[in-house]
Design a protein around this ligand. Structure first.
Ligand code: APR
Length: 259
């Protein structure tokens, strides 16, 4: 397998990948916004992505939240509405079925996404590096509450900023905003799983954002096979064993023979 992968000629790749899967024990699916794109959720850095239209420092940073919580909440309310209407796609389902079929072998999803579509597809082992859009957190007393796509808007209305029922301060979406640290326990577990895996699928991420984008290097240090699935070349395509220029829902069902 030459690094950099064989783009486009994926039939041969799929056969090789399926052979590797049979001989491997520990799997990590490292996912980004691209895996949810066909569920109708925009990515960030594609030409129609969120950060091509909006300035993340004004809508998704800690500074923005402190200075203008209503604007940040309006941005997140609109994304929550979108996620409420979204459905899991074949990529989320293919990973869930793979997790089910491999019995005693280990399979984890480490996602940068906050949409919970992996969990809605039924995946059990999911680590959310950037939190989730239906959680709320009080930045004063630290109280956390978890909702989901079908009850969030029964508890909060878009006219108001959510208020903590314990200390009456404003609540924040329980996601990692720019300028914030990743949750330490989730990060530690993600590094450990990446350092121990035999195969890492890197699906739908531009690999632009650290420290999440260092996880493939932890896998590489363990001589894991790196399989990138992305219609575009990324910053790290050159270190991949396979880089399939394909859309995730389409190619994952072929790899896992679920067609
Ligand atoms: N299948 C697979 N990949 C796809 C698909 C698809 N159908 N459609 C788009 N992609 C790819 C794009 O080519 C791009 O490389 O998904 C990637 C999305 O990249 P980004 O928009 O940068 O999203 P992501 O890598 O998840 O961003 C990481 O940045 O702003 C922060 O917190 C945000 O978690 C996010 C982080």
């Amino acid at each position: 397998m030459s690094k950099g992968g064989i783009q486009g000629d994926y039939i041969k790749d799929v056969a090789q990948i399926r052979k590797i899967i049979k001989e491997s024990e520990n799997f990590v699916f490292f996912t980004g916004a691209g895996i949810s794109r066909e569920s109708g959720i925009p990515t960030f850095r594609d030409k129609d992505g969120l950060w091509k239209k909006y300035d993340p420092s004004k809508l998704a940073s800690r500074t923005a939240f402190i200075s203008n919580p209503k604007l940040v909440w309006d941005f997140f309310y609109s994304r929550q509405r979108l996620v409420c209407q979204a459905e899991c796609n074949d990529a989320h389902s293919a990973i869930e079925r793979f997790e089910k079929t491999i019995q005693e072998r280990s399979c984890w999803v480490i996602t940068q996404n906050i949409d919970r579509l992996h969990q809605r597809a039924g995946s059990q082992n999911v680590i959310e590096l950037h939190g989730n859009i239906f959680g709320v957190l009080c930045i004063e007393c630290g109280k956390r509450e978890q909702y989901n796509h079908d009850n969030f808007f029964n508890n909060f209305s878009e006219e108001k900023i959510p208020i903590c029922t314990s200390c009456n301060n404003i609540l924040k979406p329980d996601v990692v905003l720019f300028e914030e640290q990743l949750p330490p326990d989730e990060w530690r577990q993600a590094v450990q799983l990446s350092s121990e895996c035999d195969v890492m699928f890197i699906i739908g991420s531009s690999l632009n954002v650290s420290p999440a984008n260092t996880l493939p290097y932890h896998a590489l240090k363990n001589q894991a096979v790196l399989i990138e699935i992305n219609p575009n070349v990324t910053e790290m395509t050159s270190i991949m064993d396979f880089s399939l220029r394909e859309s995730a829902p389409n190619i994952l069902s072929k790899i896992f023979d679920l067609v």
